[in-house]
Design a protein around this ligand. Structure first.
Ligand code: ZN
Length: 493
């Protein structure tokens, strides 16, 4: 990992008070606002929708951030890498341009805050992650950060930033994807007080620990400094996050925006199948204990169980109360498989594979894990192979707060209505099968999430795409949402 020179000037722990906005930025704001207004004012009166900031500038910034990569030819930014430090510097500039006071905490999370008239009011947090996967798309994470900064910039330009009834803070989390340390949510989990001090001793593939990397970047990297990152739940009002859907549902419904009702819980298993290794030419079929074929049967059974869970579970008369509507969002995946010795002329002696099971309801997920385990042992007995199941990871489902979701829904509804000038159907409500920072933040405060349509449901790929107008729509939703927290005002537009 590259060492960054001059990084101490980028990352500082003391909030910079009275951050000034360069005059060039003011000129840019006026220019962009003017351009946006001019472009829209002639036709349909959408000149109040701040296209210059919420669409054109936001898209330009997403593109700018996408150019900051640790790799040549594709996008990759991992926890506190050289590119992550550069990206953080740019985000700080944009936060200051929006009139926010900025600082970087001891886990490398970038914060931009606007204080409120009421200094004791709880803070509204808005965030997403600045890190990426390997060969990433440019919207995953960045969209949420940039839309939030843009919405606050609109409040600044129309003189409402200082009329906020509660402090608003944008956070660009330093790690969500977990690429470098195989440990997700390092940034948001630290803020939510969910990251144990032992996590600092986790190593990357080069043997550098999180602690080493923090120290290289002028952070303390101590147990005590990790504790400083944690927010007091009493000081926080709620957390909202804008994120690309990363799936095909909104596109198929023809809707740019959707409200997230919750984030699926997850179980990860490792199944080890041990048979009898042998010669592919000499062992008769009826005398084999073939671990590969046993694994294949287990995998096909898992697919069937997760496609038709009500059938499998009611048929066995174990869980008579399950209905068709149960198992909302249940998905099961075998993503990794290995065999030993892995030669074309050898009956495999050992096959290992992973199982990823996700569902909105934790009890349903538990029932599937129990039933799958039962089937594994039964099939392995029948085939006279030995099977073990190891539980690698469990995360409980997160349910988004109904009040926050309702407010986001209203904001999304009026956004779609204003942009399309049509009576819209209900804003879709959907679940998230992917984990997000909101999952970690739910341990700190109530959470709400807005999904934005992406083309073909493609994500974690350079083909990831959100249209300019959908970026604009997401910014407008945040602006409408923030209006509810501006004193003596109902609407920015
Ligand atoms: Zn993401």
């Amino acid at each position: 990992m590259a060492v960054v020179s001059g990084k101490s000037s980028l990352f500082y722990s003391v909030p910079a008070k009275n951050a000034s906005v360069p005059s060039l930025s003011i000129a840019l704001i006026l220019l962009l606002v003017a351009e946006g207004l001019e472009a829209e004012s002639v036709d349909d009166g959408r000149n109040q929708l701040f296209a210059g900031i919420l669409r054109d500038e936001a898209v330009e910034r997403i593109n700018q951030l996408a150019k900051i990569s640790d790799a040549d030819g594709y996008l990759e930014r991992t926890f506190l890498s050289s590119a992550s430090v550069k990206a953080a510097q740019l985000i700080i500039e944009w936060m200051r341009d929006a009139g926010l006071r900025t600082w970087v905490d001891q886990m490398g999370n970038v914060h931009g805050r606007s204080e409120a008239l009421n200094t004791t009011a709880e803070t509204l947090l808005i965030g997403s992650h600045a890190d990426t996967v390997v060969d990433a798309g440019k919207f995953d994470g960045s969209l949420g950060i940039i839309c939030a900064i843009s919405a606050l910039k609109v409040l600044k330009t129309n003189g409402k930033l200082h009329k906020l009834s509660r402090p608003v803070e944008v956070i660009a989390f330093s790690d969500e994807e977990g690429v470098r340390f195989q440990s997700t949510f390092l940034g948001s989990a630290a803020i939510a007080g969910q990251l144990p001090a032992s996590a600092l001793r986790t190593s990357d593939k080069n043997g550098a620990t999180i602690q080493d990397v923090l120290k290289e970047n002028s952070f303390e990297g101590s147990d005590a400094s990790l504790l400083q990152v944690k927010y007091d739940p009493e000081s926080v009002w709620g957390y909202i996050e804008v994120h690309i859907e990363q799936g095909p549902v909104l596109e198929s419904l023809g809707s740019p925006l959707g409200i997230v009702k919750g984030i699926a819980g997850q179980t990860r298993l490792k199944v080890k199948v041990s048979g009898s290794q042998g010669h592919a030419g000499t062992v008769p079929m009826l005398m084999r204990q073939d671990s590969m074929v046993a694994a294949a049967e287990l995998i096909v059974n898992l697919e069937s169980l997760c496609k038709y869970p009500d059938r499998a579970l009611t048929y066995k008369e174990q869980c008579g109360s399950y209905k068709k509507e149960s198992f909302s969002g249940l998905v099961c995946t075998v993503g990794e498989i290995s065999s030993w010795p892995g030669a074309s002329n050898v009956i495999p002696g050992q096959v290992n594979f992973t199982v990823d099971i996700r569902a909105m309801d934790d009890d349903d997920r538990g029932a599937i894990v129990t039933e799958f385990s039962r089937q594994v042992y039964q099939i392995c007995d029948n085939r006279m192979v030995n099977c073990t199941i190891e539980h690698k990871h469990t995360a409980e489902a997160v349910h988004c707060d109904s009040e926050l979701s309702q407010q986001l829904k209203q904001a999304a509804h009026s956004t779609v209505k204003k942009m399309s000038r049509k009576i819209q159907d209900e804003v879709p409500v959907l679940m998230s099968g992917a984990g997000h920072d909101a999952m970690a933040m739910s341990h700190l405060t109530k959470v709400g999430m807005l999904f934005v349509r992406c083309r073909g449901g493609v994500s974690h790929s350079p083909d990831e795409y959100v249209s300019d107008n959908d970026v604009w729509a997401a910014g407008l939703v945040l602006l409408h949402f923030l209006d509810q927290h501006v004193s003596g005002d109902c609407m920015s537009s």
